[in-house]
Design a protein around this ligand. Sequence first.
Ligand SMILES: Nc1nc2c(ncn2[C@@H]2O[C@H](COP(=O)(O)OP(=O)(O)OP(=O)(O)O)[C@@H](O)[C@H]2O)c(=O)[nH]1
Ligand SMILES: [Mg+2]
Length: 243
Amino acid sequence: MPVPRAVVCLPTYNERENLERMVEALGAVLDTGRDRLLVIDDSSPDGTGEIADRLAAEQPWVSVLHRAEKQGIGPAYLAGFRRALADGAELVLEMDCDFSHDPADVQRLIAACEEGADLALGSRWVDGGGTVNWGLLRRLISRGGSLYARLVLGVPVRDLTGGFKCFRRRVLETIDLDAIAARGYGFQIEGTYRALRAGFRVVEIPITFVDRRVGESKMSGAIVVEAMRQVPVLRWKALRGTL
Ligand SMILES: Nc1nc2c(ncn2[C@@H]2O[C@H](COP(=O)(O)OP(=O)(O)OP(=O)(O)O)[C@@H](O)[C@H]2O)c(=O)[nH]1
Ligand SMILES: [Mg+2]
């Protein structure tokens, strides 16, 4: 296989109803001659890992990273990023497998990076973005969480917690991946904050986020609390020059 242009990192935990449809949808939007999909499965008890293996055997542009246990999206993404960098990818994307992120938007994120962004964020909270089927509480948590992080960190980004992103490889090579401690939403905030602090060009691309229709959410109060606690720690480290 030639060196890939883009690798889409797709973490999965119990996504058996979604994975095959997602692979089909991505196959239709990626340039499968030079883009790849990396599924990162944490030994899902529902058999998602076996489905991923079958799809990888069928499709040369799909591969799977199996991890022994569920550790949250942060560690799963870090393992995926390292693999994508080792394979030589110029662009590294992250997205969810539950169709909250529209596969059709992948090209818009890739295009933003090809037009000069170092990090393109799929954003719900800029003009043209939004959510579908989310109750008031989820909207408040998401908007409030991004507002809180934006004010504490002093950055202009509107959607800091989203997980639909495209990084240029130099961003992931520059920020200290080993130092990222957060596992849940905090991981998304920290990755973007580190990129901003390092002086990279971050752009927000409006997306419509659709609540998952099948499978179960892994969101929890603990993930929200983890993120809230980590934000001031991040700012403190940045002020002390130890980020
Ligand atoms: N490998 C791995 N994937 C995970 C883990 N937790 C969540 N995921 C995957 O990460 C993506 C996002 O997780 P979701 O459960 O949709 O969580 P969320 O998007 O924050 O919450 P909802 O909006 O309620 O769905 C999905 O593709 C999940 O299958 C994990 O611990 N390990
Ligand atoms: Mg989701």
